[in-house]
Design a protein around this ligand. Sequence first.
Ligand SMILES: [Zn+2]
Length: 487
Amino acid sequence: MSAAVLFEQGLVVDGSGGPSWPGDVLLIDDRIAALGEGLRTRLPDGIALEDLEVVDCRGKVIAPGFIDAHTHDDAIVLRDPLCLPKLSQGITTVVTGNCGISLAPYSTPQSRPPLTLLGADTFRHATMASYRAAVDAAQPALNVAALVGHTTLRFAAMQSLDRPADAVEAARMAALLDECMTAGAHGLSSGLFYEEAFQAPADEVTALARVVARHGGVYATHLRSEMATIIEAMHEAGDTAFHAGVPLVISHHKCAGPANWGRTRETLPLVEALAQRQSIAMDVYPYVAGSTVLREDLVDGVIDVLLTWSDPHPGMTGRLLSDIAAEWGVDQKEACRRLQPGGACYFQMLEEDVERVIAHPLTMIGSDGLPHDRHPHPRLWGAFPRVLARYWRERRLFTLEQAVHKMTGMTARNLRIADRGLLRVGAMADVVVFDPETVRDTATYDAPHGVSEGIVQVFVNGRCAYRGGEARVLARAGRMLTRAAAG
Ligand SMILES: [Zn+2]
């Protein structure tokens, strides 16, 4: 007999961005079977009311499960497959492998920055097929869509990373990437900002993006610069994707550093100009602080820097770099050096820029959460509810339908995720029910592990994986996804 769930009398926000409507959603097994009003009076043959699990959705929104467009969850879905920080936000699919850093295809006994964004000592998958098998075996609570990192390819194919790849190395990277795409990866990511990829010229990346184009994937990039030379970096990304013939995603779009505050007035018109010739989108997290590994060049003595982890000084975690430096009687750059390897939140953005990017019609939501950090940026636990609470309910930057679209249908389309992100008959049964009046993030910079409020129930592939108020994971029904056909 089939497992059936009826979500009754909610506000159906279907993920398309189109108007919401009051009604019901019926799941049978792992698919959406029907949408409409009064579904209990006209159930499909073979389904009886007494066999149904009924979820009372009065006063609640029924939406597709949220898709986190930008994560570094490659290793955590294996190590901690419950994925509570994500599931408790209503997220049912994570896109891994961003910023040039993916777990596959690379096998090594040690890890070093920026690979530490994925946690140490976790690189054991020389192929995407191996990683895929590992995810299937781990049975995570949510679905995984993998990108392949350019920096990871460099680690796998090159002995030294302080130069462009030579012809043999480039061919090796292309072959590794081809295997990953054949195994269902969704595309290529790069992190040209990071030292390990910075010496890669645009041509090196374009050649790899062509491999992705042959398979119908996408190219996502952490730009070479998000500071003074961001416009040049955006042109480089646009040209790379255009010449390769792939859709472009600009990762965590921001104008970083006080000298660049306000420059989304330049960058967003450039995105719109590029959109005239090519497919382009952005992702964003809803905070004014970024977070990555501890780097001297990001410490300017002006912005606040909050330590998220430090191998040599774990006791300093959660403190401001300025306070640590004062305590040690050194300047902040010296304190930064002593704390490495480590990670930090950098308060490097202007709220007006964040709002402009979030509100833009080409922007989707990605948490960029760092699940291995001891004192993580609050985006790990709170990004999606924060968009709903702060930027929809309080600031009214967009409609509820647009907010949900940025978390679901838009993301599925941009990242080649099939049959998810929309409430449609026949689509996969990933569903979140939330309270539009109370949904909100509780994670803060001081207390970053807060479970969000107002997320009522989360279903993954037709199974109830999370119920608000319980703060635990009820089912591990996630799957490793395979790239949708381009279209
Ligand atoms: Zn990044």
